[in-house]
Design a protein around this ligand. Structure first.
Ligand SMILES: Nc1ncnc2c1ncn2[C@@H]1O[C@H](COP(=O)(O)OP(=O)(O)OP(=O)(O)O)[C@@H](O)[C@H]1O
Length: 470
């Protein structure tokens, strides 16, 4: 599939050889070396992407290709879904399930024949970004609810309010022909002293724990408990503590569903304890990259040059939308301020802003009123805006302890190339450290990132045009 979807790169054609070359690159580079110098070394990075073969592949073609993550042999009807949910699916213009939907749904909906605590089995499910995991768990939830009871029966935990709001909207659209009641448990959403009366609750972990403890959410009838972006939600450096507290407060022993595009080994063991005896759907490391997302890097001289290159790239982005990821909140604000003062229309979004401001910002971006969003990892995961055709890693992603973060990288670039669409990811490299991070990510993901000269905006323009044309 990879060769049909876009440019044929050496990475697609010869993975094993490519990995060796990448290993040479990272192995042979001392941190003292200048990235500009080192970047000249690999012959492959001199490739001119615009010269490569161009083939347009439709969604129907991809869904008919057994190697595609969007493929399924079955129709939605054949997955045993209720008629009202089928109506919702078709109202959303879905024609066929994706692979994760086809594989997960029958397992999710299966009822136990005999006692394993007489509960449906837990699930740990992995599938590439933008392949429809939300619909998989949303349909499971909507299939399990007792519509005659007003009490909370399903809880979905999300890592950010933006993702919680988006997930809620998917559940509501899928359930538009049912009489499901939904509610948020996110910051500023539950009025003081009020009880939440809804069958499905979409929450961020801290807000859920708070609301259950205050008696605002009755958690004794919850049948399905979903951790979306589960590796992040279980990570002890992130929201792990809150997720465990949330689970302990839901005393009804629900079916536990863990979904993510990534499950690094460090979290996987814990995930298996959190969701014991689960059905598992896994990906191999080399399957993680989405073929429709073409990855590039630009070798900048220093921080100031990085900003100049960004502004030049912005000039090329006449159609579509882009997301620029930075490491720190103040950098997001600073770049937004500088670009705005140069007459460009950009907005920043990060965790230090008020809830209402964040909602306005993401809504206006989602509606296409703003074209460029500068943000931190706060929205690296899950956000689904089909018009986003470029992601820029202005700062390469690193973990809290400063290590290269290939999981966050995958999630960030996965904001483009959604469900078979094409997208481009551009990494800004400006010092030995960012070069080292990029090389480590290439090796972890077994995927080469192609160089585009910073002086050669024609090459970049050709790449962008190609994306917009197909
Ligand atoms: N069967 C389908 N047919 C057509 N479009 C679909 C189908 N399933 C999902 N989609 C669309 O694909 C897009 C991506 O889906 P979704 O956001 O659930 O991806 P995801 O796998 O959760 O990605 P991420 O890992 O980034 O969170 C959405 O716009 C959704 O509406």
């Amino acid at each position: 599939m990879s060769q049909e979807q876009g440019w044929i790169t050496e990475a697609d054609a010869k993975p094993a050889e490519n990995v060796t070359k990448l290993a040479d690159r990272i192995g042979g580079l001392s941190t003292e070396q200048q990235p500009a110098e080192a970047a000249e070394a690999p012959a492959s990075s001199q490739k001119q992407p615009q010269q490569e073969l161009e083939v347009s592949v439709t969604l129907a073609d991809q869904q008919a290709d057994p190697n595609s993550p969007l493929y399924s042999a079955r129709t939605f009807e054949e997955l045993g879904l209720h008629e009202n949910l089928l109506k919702g699916i078709y109202a959303m213009k879905f024609q066929k399930p994706s692979k994760i939907q086809e594989r997960a749904l029958p397992l999710l909906l299966q009822n136990p024949l005999h006692a394993l605590n007489n509960r449906p089995r837990n699930m740990i499910a992995q599938s590439q970004s933008g392949t429809g995991k939300t619909a998989a768990f949303a349909l499971a939830i909507l299939s399990r609810i007792n519509y005659d009871s007003p009490n909370p029966q399903a809880v979905v935990l999300s890592p950010s309010r933006e993702l919680a709001r988006q997930t809620m909207s998917v559940i509501q659209q899928m359930g538009q022909f049912t009489n499901v009641k939904t509610a948020f448990a996110i910051k500023d959403a539950i009025p003081k002293g009020e009880k939440v009366e809804a069958q499905v609750i979409v929450a961020t972990p801290g807000a859920l724990v708070d609301a259950v403890r205050k008696g605002q959410i009755y958690a004794k009838e919850v049948k399905v408990f979903v951790l979306d972006e589960a590796d992040n939600m279980l990570d002890q450096h992130s929201m792990g503590d809150q997720s465990i507290k949330a689970k302990n407060l839901i005393t009804s022993k629900p079916q536990i569903l863990l979904f993510s595009a990534t499950f690094p080994d460090v979290v996987r063991n814990f995930a298996a304890k959190f969701a014991p005896a689960a059905n598992e759907i896994r990906l191999k490391q080399e399957e993680l990259s989405v073929e429709g997302i073409k990855q590039f890097y630009m070798d900048c001289d220093n921080l100031e040059h990085k900003f100049k290159v960004l502004v030049e790239l912005y000039e090329l982005m006449t159609v579509g939308q882009s997301i620029i990821f930075v490491h720190r909140r103040d950098t997001a604000d600073e770049i937004a301020r500088r670009m705005t003062s140069e007459g460009h229309t950009v907005v920043s979004l990060h965790g230090k802003q008020e809830s209402s401001e964040r909602d306005l910002t993401i809504d206006s971006f989602r509606e296409g009123k703003t074209k460029v969003l500068i943000t931190t990892n706060v929205i690296a995961r899950g956000i689904d805006i089909s018009q986003v055709n470029m992601v820029i890693n202005y700062d390469m992603p690193k973990t809290a302890s400063g290590e290269p973060d290939s999981e966050t990288y995958l999630h960030r670039i996965g904001r483009t190339g959604r469900f078979g669409r094409k997208g481009i990811a551009v990494n800004f490299i400006h010092d030995p450290e960012s070069w080292k991070v990029m090389n480590a990510i290439e090796i972890a993901l077994k995927k080469e990132i192609i160089k585009v000269e910073t002086q050669d905006f024609d090459a970049m323009e050709a790449i962008i045009k190609k994306e917009l044309k197909d």
